[in-house]
Design a protein around this ligand. Structure first.
Ligand code: HEC
Ligand code: HEC
Ligand code: HEC
Ligand code: HEC
Ligand code: HEC
Ligand code: HEC
Ligand code: HEC
Length: 510
């Protein structure tokens, strides 16, 4: 699990059939080829040039290190929370042909996009104005030594100063930031460093301090509203967020604070249907970071909504997210929209579109689309095979097999998922549903009961046991299980509805 980012040319070599590994890597650290790609053509041509005394050597394989966005993508292979899509990642290939980066997941980021868990920079940096303006990781970091280009505030004032390079970055303001006039703290003391306010640090694994690479303006006014942290209170822990917000206003004067996506995502995370309209506006606001718009697509889908326009967004992360979210739509809608994405230039988008069409009537597709669908599904399977030792990959394979009406395959993969992680409840529920649907109710019941002992959410299992008993017309048992489920999940409307129906029926019978 660690080698794929901590070595060079890592190949996990996991064999699903025999549950064994033949793992290989070229170097036990991040070596030249991890970023530059294979070097043989480069070194051989260099030797040839030296021998002949003329000619020019071929450059290294990875040309993508030159442009800012493509370069940040190269770093993201390791400096991101992401899902692997291929067994052999190749430096220089587009990110979404090899990995799907995570959006601003609620378990990783605060609602306003600040780091919550350790996220390895990329997802944060994608939110930054600096990323949008074309600043690369290597503007601040020397990729070879790992050192920063300058120490302290000098790193930032290289660009943020009274005579900025407007030719390269037209958006820069001409200001002296490294002065109390901007930071209103004593120069050289705590609170006067640019990173103090713009890149607050959090410790992960207890001792590793990580700076938030969203490089944002501190907004304690939002903290007061959303309950998100702010840089000021890292030091002024004894003061309130309101105090910090007022201190900023005292210094900079009253000014209009632009609405922040954190406000919309907070309402969406609470599951409030009112969030749908502002989410739609956020998704189509091209001035907002793509990772934020993609997160909004997911949030909208969680509320039962869809954003068809996002399927054709210029940013591939938004397209791939929208395609994956679209899998929950009715078959007719999917048939109308998803086939166009089967020929997207990027693998992550094609895979998501194919998965979303896995269960449709293929007769409705053209010959060409059918071939594209099969290629996309093969890529989906290959992506899962690259991590088939992970229970989640087995669950994905089971889901695909079920969608393709292959119950034997689905059962095999559900059982493998459970063998790797007996607590993976989605696999347990999926397997039970599959067995119950093939007239193997006793086995379904056994699978569910096995889970009860170790489940973190036994309510769901009791609910499934209740429904299973209902299916078998065992009404007393159904009532017993549904009552157990209702006690554990009092707010679950479907549990209540089913329990009421069963109780009513029992009443009438008595
Ligand atoms: C997705 C890629 C990825 C995976 C997988 C990964 N790491 Fe890392 N790890 C990194 C990156 C990138 C850093 C550098 C810190 C950063 O980016 O914030 C790092 C830093 C570290 C550090 C701190 C090193 C230092 O010098 O500060 C340790 C220790 C570490 N990783 C251990 C592990 C272990 C153990 C595993 C397996 C359980 C693992 N990592 C899996 C990408 C990864
Ligand atoms: C973490 C990624 C990374 C690793 C590892 C890495 N490089 Fe680089 N390298 C880059 C980037 C990015 C550039 C582009 C230069 C820039 O933008 O500063 C670069 C540029 C270069 C250049 C062009 C000249 C220059 O310095 O700008 C050479 C030569 C080079 N690297 C050789 C190597 C060698 C040899 C190794 C192994 C010892 C290596 N690199 C390891 C990322 C890396
Ligand atoms: C193959 C995976 C991989 C790639 C690609 C990669 N890194 Fe890293 N990087 C790591 C790991 C792992 C660490 C943690 C410690 C170590 O091994 O040096 C790290 C550490 C770092 C550090 C901290 C160094 C320090 O001494 O504190 C910086 C800065 C960094 N990487 C920048 C970059 C940049 C910029 C790029 C893209 C040009 C890049 N990395 C590409 C895996 C990677
Ligand atoms: C290579 C040049 C460069 C360097 C170095 C640099 N910046 Fe920036 N920064 C920019 C550009 C370009 C923008 C975007 C200006 C615009 O709005 O178009 C920007 C924007 C910002 C913003 C505004 C963010 C927002 O949401 O409005 C902050 C804050 C910021 N930078 C802080 C820093 C800090 C802190 C450092 C040092 C750790 C730093 N910058 C280093 C170029 C740079
Ligand atoms: C004590 C906290 C603090 C420190 C330290 C600090 N800033 Fe700021 N910075 C702010 C606040 C607050 C704003 C928002 C100002 C506003 O809303 O008008 C801001 C805004 C900015 C902006 C956005 C453009 C602008 O002018 O409004 C940039 C760029 C920036 N800071 C760069 C820097 C740099 C570079 C340093 C270090 C030399 C630095 N800041 C140090 C608090 C700080
Ligand atoms: C505007 C400058 C700037 C940019 C751009 C930038 N960083 Fe950083 N980075 C910093 C600063 C400042 C630190 C903090 C160093 C410290 O406190 O020791 C840092 C720290 C790190 C670290 C060490 C662990 C941590 O999070 O504190 C890693 C790894 C890293 N950066 C990787 C990246 C990668 C990858 C990118 C591009 C996606 C990137 N950085 C873009 C300025 C920048
Ligand atoms: C890295 C720590 C640090 C951070 C971050 C920081 N401060 Fe401070 N702040 C200090 C220290 C230390 C002092 C007292 C010494 C001084 O005046 O520089 C101070 C003094 C102040 C004062 C004047 C004295 C008082 O208590 O009334 C105000 C106002 C203030 N900070 C507001 C802010 C605001 C607002 C932010 C966020 C934008 C912020 N600070 C971020 C460390 C910090």
């Amino acid at each position: 699990m660690c080698g794929e980012c901590h070595t060079t040319a890592y190949r996990k070599g996991y064999d699903d059939a025999t549950d064994s590994y033949r793992t290989t890597w070229a170097e036990a650290k991040v070596g030249c080829q991890a970023c530059h790609g294979g070097g043989r053509a480069h070194t051989e041509s260099t030797r040839a040039v030296a021998t002949a005394g003329q000619g020019t050597p071929r450059p290294t394989a990875n040309r993508a290190l030159a442009g800012a966005h493509a370069q940040v993508d190269q770093c993201a292979a390791c400096h991101a929370r992401r899902t692997r899509l291929v067994e052999d990642a190749m430096a220089g290939a587009p990110l979404l042909d090899q990995f799907m980066p995570d959006n601003l997941r609620a378990d990783l980021y605060h609602a306003d996009g600040q780091q919550l868990e350790e996220v390895f920079e990329y997802g944060s940096y994608r939110q930054s104005r600096m990323y949008q303006a074309g600043v690369a990781c290597t503007d601040c970091h020397d990729p070879h030594s790992g050192k920063r280009r300058a120490e302290g505030n000098a790193l930032c004032t290289a660009c943020h100063n009274a005579t900025p390079d407007r030719a390269r970055f037209p958006g820069l303001l001409a200001k002296d930031y490294d002065a109390p006039a901007h930071h209103f703290h004593t120069a050289g003391e705590a609170g006067s460093q640019c990173v103090d306010c713009h890149m607050p640090s959090r410790n992960y694994m207890v001792v590793h301090g990580r700076r938030d690479h969203a490089i944002r303006i501190p907004r304690p006014d939002l903290g007061a509203k959303l309950g998100t942290p702010n840089a000021c209170q890292d030091c002024h822990a004894d003061r309130s967020a309101e105090w910090a917000a007022q201190a900023i206003t005292r210094h900079f004067g009253p000014r209009s604070q632009p609405p922040h996506y954190g406000e919309i995502l907070t309402v969406a995370r609470r599951g409030e249907p009112d969030a749908a309209q502002p989410l739609n506006a956020l998704i189509s606001d091209m001035a907002q970071p793509a990772i934020v718009r993609a997160t909004a697509v997911e949030a909208l889908a969680a509320l039962g909504g869809a954003a068809p326009a996002a399927l054709h967004d210029p940013d591939p992360v938004v397209r791939a997210t929208a395609a994956a979210a679209f899998a929950a739509r009715p078959a007719e809608e999917r048939l109308a929209r998803l086939p166009a994405l089967l020929s997207d230039p990027l693998r992550a988008v094609r895979i998501a579109a194919a998965r979303g069409l896995a269960d449709v009537d293929e007769g409705r597709l053209s010959t060409e689309q059918r071939a594209q669908l099969h290629a996309g599904l093969a890529a989906f399977v290959a992506a899962q095979q690259a991590m088939a030792d992970m229970p989640s990959a087995q669950l994905n394979l089971a889901g695909l097999a079920a969608a393709r009406r292959d119950p034997a395959g689905a059962e095999r993969h559900y059982r493998r998922a459970l063998a790797r992680d007996a607590q993976l409840q989605a696999a347990r529920l999926g397997l039970a549903t599959l067995l119950a649907g093939s007239a193997r109710e006793d086995e379904a019941e056994r699978v569910l009961r096995e889970g009860l002992a170790r489940s973190a959410q036994p309510g769901e299992l009791h609910f499934a046991l209740g429904l299973l008993a209902g299916q078998r017309k065992q009404w007393e048992k159904a009532s017993y299980e549904l009552r157990a489920a209702a006690a554990l999940m009092p707010d679950h409307p479907r549990v209540r509805r089913n329990l009421d129906a069963v109780e009513r029926y029992l009443q009438q019978r008595r």
